[in-house]
Write a protein that binds this ligand. Structure first.
Ligand code: C2E
Ligand code: MG
Ligand code: MG
Ligand code: MG
Length: 292
């Protein structure tokens, strides 16, 4: 158990505290409207191959453009949605929006896999694989065009291992990524038995590898472990060139973070990806490290 300090300062909605507070209930009501309207948008953040500097997929991150409160980040409303019947609808919305964007990119020559974050319960939802299969068919996309990111808390349980939905996803060929690795209970043996392609090392470890020997050792051992299982390692929260270089030296496969690019709206992400691709092929050399 490698838990570090809490992730963000947002604790208003954590656990059952204030479950029925007026603010919560009003936000929940707003969310219902937001899903139907056009207040929810996906931003996209690229993952970069640390050895060669090329893009290897993007992660879709949800933003809520609230008409009164401005942009609300997922950590403020996902936990709320998770405790209501809205989560399923929210995930449906996110998957469809991601597939639509994937189609726009794939059919215009940008072949980047889009990773979508799903909640624990979504993963066990028996309807999810069918919905994904239908979505992939609708947009004429291969299963590898999308990846599902799930936190280790759910993926490491027996429930996940035996769930029909997880088996169906495996059959479908949609890869899984283990998100926020290092923050929960890890049964590493299970990693091998689950259809996991990618392990994302939590930013709480990555952030301090240049200052803390302990954190550097932890990240290095995760990278080694992930490699020995034949999986891909991704460092989250890469905020400096020095961190990127350290990670590359450790043999970490991919990096994601503000040093390379912030999460961007679709149009901006498209321009960014095109520009990177053109630079990469025209000059025949990787552009690394590059700030976004
Ligand atoms: P995550 O999947 O671990 O995503 C990484 C978070 O780190 C994102 O926060 C991203 O914006 C942020 N980040 C990226 N680069 C850096 C960096 O260099 N430094 C720092 N400090 N942060 C960085 P965000 O977008 O606020 O999302 C927070 C969490 O909300 C995500 O964590 C994910 O668990 C969840 N989430 C986001 N979108 C969705 C969604 O569509 N569905 C579900 N179920 N959950 C989502
Ligand atoms: Mg994620
Ligand atoms: Mg994460
Ligand atoms: Mg997270």
């Amino acid at each position: 158990y490698l838990a570090k300090e809490g992730r963000t300062g947002v604790e208003v909605y954590v656990a059952d505290k204030d479950r029925n507070s007026p603010e919560r209930l009003s936000l929940l009501g707003d969310l219902r409207r937001a899903i139907d309207g056009s207040e929810l948008v996906l931003h996209y953040q690229p993952k970069i191959d640390l050895a060669v500097g090329e893009v290897r997929g993007v992660e879709a991150l949800l933003r809520w453009r609230h008409p009164v409160r401005g942009t609300i980040h997922p950590e403020e409303f996902i936990p709320l949605a998770e405790q209501s019947y809205l989560m399923r609808q929210l995930t449906e919305y996110v998957i469809d929006a991601a597939l639509e964007q994937a189609a726009r990119w794939w059919h215009s020559g940008v072949h980047e896999q889009i990773s979508v974050n799903v909640s624990a319960r979504d993963l066990l939802d028996a309807a999810l694989p069918e919905r994904l299969e239908a979505g992939l068919a609708k947009y004429r996309l291969p299963p590898k065009a999308i990846q599902l990111e799930v936190t280790e808390r759910i993926l490491m349980t027996d429930q996940a291992y035996t769930a029909d939905a997880v088996r169906a996803l495996t059959r479908l060929g949609v890869p899984l990524a283990l998100d926020d690795f290092g923050t929960g209970y890890s049964s590493l043996v299970r990693l091998q038995r689950l259809p996991v392609a990618e392990v994302k090392i939590d930013s709480s470890f990555v952030r301090r590898i240049c200052d803390s020997q302990d954190d550097a050792r932890i990240v290095r051992s995760i990278v080694d472990l992930v490699r020995s299982l034949g999986l891909r390692s991704v460092a989250e929260g890469v905020e400096s060139g020095e961190t990127a270089e350290r990670l590359a030296a450790m043999g970490c496969d991919l990096g994601q973070g503000w040093w390379f690019a912030h999460p961007m709206p679709a149009a901006e992400a498209t321009a960014w990806l095109r520009e990177r691709r053109d630079q990469g092929t025209d000059q025949g050399k990787p552009v690394f490290p590059v700030r976004g």
